[in-house]
Design a binder for this molecule. Structure first.
Ligand code: SAM
Length: 410
């Protein structure tokens, strides 16, 4: 076996960080990719596999924000040991001397207490290794490094990872411009996966804003790889296996369905939001799969039931207090009561009070962080009239605080 083939077959340790709350979802995605030794941890999932799996994880993971390959895991106490440990790694496998690097460090409960100091020491060790071998050294580029490195020093144990993704995986390459209050694509996809939507029946977001849920839903239902439209850091590594990557991309291209036998509908009362959503849908190449309407939730006519409703109404933290939040939530409640009988609704809220205005009892509460905001993704089973007659009556203010359900229960 030549070196390239041996590299391709070698098993690596990976870690895929994600938003707190989505670990079990990422673990399920990794199981579908046939990763081994899948181990959900707080804020991400560890797994093992070959180089091809590392590439596939970048191309296919919807709910993770990065894929990192571990290249070192050793105990270190103090600067000299850290420098020596970092120097021992064969960095030339992933970086040319003319390339650039950046190190993102985090340090906890260790002899070295400052993450900047740890990152600087590691950078010196890497650059000195190159200088000893070639007389020259790579430079630092904190904006778009060819080799982004993650350094974790915890209880005097050093772990170094190659950030194979580069930019966060939530940046799919389809969002035309940064908008005011978009939902992160990876969170939106993770919540759609958590909702248990069967991807064979209609999905509606009546407050779709820039369209994150509907675009992610279309990609999910059409089996479209979330990474098809973007580039990844590993494509610039000297050990990049272009052939393996092009096979993976070609397979993904063939899998992507061009049409769906059910509607994915997004609506919003704000014409500017619908304009943005249209641009997102176009850029994501899911135009034929998503219908967009500019209308108030009060007047929205959803498709015939059963459908799944997934939405992220305004809750005030992001859009400011000036908005008529109560009216928006009450209008959503009217839609659920009057025009969504027999459907399942999932509503994301970062505010504990507003969901009460829906007048329905949440059947499940899925905790998830949206940036610094602790949110709940709430499931409502909207009964048909006949079911409602048989069901025990539930008070309107039923989303009262209760212990967060484990995300793995969803
Ligand atoms: C938090 S934003 C949704 C963000 C969206 N998930 C995204 O990815 O961009 C809430 C959206 O609800 C819309 N909205 C509020 N009240 C509404 C109503 N009564 N009818 C329709 N849309 C409404 C707002 O225009 C806003 O775009």
């Amino acid at each position: 076996m030549n070196d390239g083939a041996a590299d391709a077959a070698a098993t690596h340790d990976y870690f895929a960080p994600c938003t707190l709350g989505l670990e079990a979802i990422v673990a399920e995605e990794l199981a579908a990719l046939r990763a081994s030794s899948i181990e959900p941890r707080r804020g991400g999932v560890a797994f093992r596999g070959d180089r091809r799996l590392g590439y596939a994880a970048n191309l296919w993971l919807r709910a993770a924000v990065r894929v990192q390959q571990r290249v070192l895991d050793v105990p270190v106490r103090g600067k000299e040991e850290l420098y020596a440990a970092v120097s021992s790694v064969e960095w030339e496998r992933w970086l040319d001397v003319d390339g650039t690097l950046a190190i993102d460090g985090s340090v906890r409960d260790s002899t070295i207490t400052h993450s900047g100091f740890a990152a600087l020491t590691a950078k010196d060790a890497i650059c000195d290794r190159f200088r000893r071998a070639t007389g020259r050294r790579p430079s630092v580029d904190t904006v778009a490094p060819r080799l982004p490195i993650k350094l974790v020093l915890q209880r005097d144990r050093l772990q170094l990872y190659l950030n194979l993704s580069g930019e966060s995986l939530h940046k799919r390459g389809w969002r035309p411009i940064q908008v005011k209050s978009p939902l992160n694509e990876a969170i939106a996809a993770g919540l759609l996966l958590a909702s248990g939507w069967d991807r064979k029946s209609a999905l509606v977001d009546p407050m779709c804003g820039s369209g994150t849920f509907v675009v992610e839903a279309a990609c999910l239902a059409a089996d479209r790889a979330p990474g098809l439209l973007r580039r990844f850091a590993f494509e610039q590594f000297p050990d990049f296996d272009a052939r393996a990557w092009s096979i993976l991309r070609a397979d993904a291209g063939e899998r992507a369905q061009r049409s769906l036998p059910f509607p994915i509908l997004g609506a919003d009362r704000h014409p500017g939001a619908i304009e943005l959503a249209k641009r997102s849908v176009r850029a994501a190449q899911v135009e034929g799969l998503v219908e967009l309407r500019c209308c108030d939730v009060e007047t929205l006519e959803p498709p015939p039931p059963p459908f799944t409703l997934v939405t992220n109404p305004p809750w005030g933290e992001r859009l400011g207090e000036g908005e008529d939040l109560r009216a928006s939530w009450e209008a959503l409640g009217h839609l659920l009561h009057r025009r969504a009988r027999g459907c399942t609704a999932w509503v994301l809220s970062g505010n504990a009070e507003l969901p009460r205005l829906l007048g329905l009892k949440a059947r499940r509460k899925f905790p998830v962080m949206d940036g610094p905001i602790e949110c709940r993704f709430l499931r409502y089973d909207v009964f048909t009239t006949a079911e409602a007659d048989q069901a025990p009556s539930s008070p309107p203010s039923s989303s009262s605080p209760s212990p967060p359900a484990s995300p793995s229960s969803a």
